[in-house]
Design a protein around this ligand. Structure first.
Ligand SMILES: [Zn+2]
Length: 147
């Protein structure tokens, strides 16, 4: 079987079908495994789903850290450095993820920031009362579980 790449074919070159086959563009809240820097990265929905379905060897989801420049796999079968997802065209939602990244990076020791801290940063930035797991975090967890 041939996997679709980001360009909608298996040659690595852009085609006229690119827009149709890549799916929606998403913004992802990601933590660098090397330096714990939090940042927002972008990916197409098909790339994420292929990565989850076929594994990172066949459908890698690699990005470079904006802080330490190391390249890392955002998600693999055993580990994920993605924390939350929102549609990239939802500008307020993307801004909220960037707020969370900024708050986490301002922590004196970003590697000790917990999921609970991230949820709190998110809810605070949205003026929500802190309760439960915010939707962007739930959405990614659901996708990763294949729900
Ligand atoms: Zn880094």
């Amino acid at each position: 079987m041939t996997l679709e790449n980001n360009y909608g074919d298996n040659t690595g070159t852009p085609s006229n079908h690119a827009v149709i086959t890549r799916g929606e563009r998403y913004a992802l809240l990601v933590r660098c495994p090397q330096c714990s820097f939090y940042q927002v990265k972008y990916s197409f929905e098909n790339s994420m789903n292929n990565n989850i379905r076929y594994g990172s060897k066949r459908a890698g989801l690699r990005r470079c850290c904006a802080n330490c420049n190391s390249q890392f796999r955002m998600n693999s079968m055993h580990n994920t450095h993605i924390l939350a997802e929102v549609r990239a065209n939802k500008h307020r939602a993307v801004a909220a993820l960037k707020d969370v990244a900024d708050c986490a990076n301002m922590h004196p020791n970003p590697s000790s920031v917990s999921r609970k801290d991230l949820y709190e940063y998110y809810n605070t930035s949205q003026n929500y009362e802190a309760k439960g797991v915010p939707k962007p975090f739930k959405d990614w967890n659901k996708r990763r579980r294949g729900a």
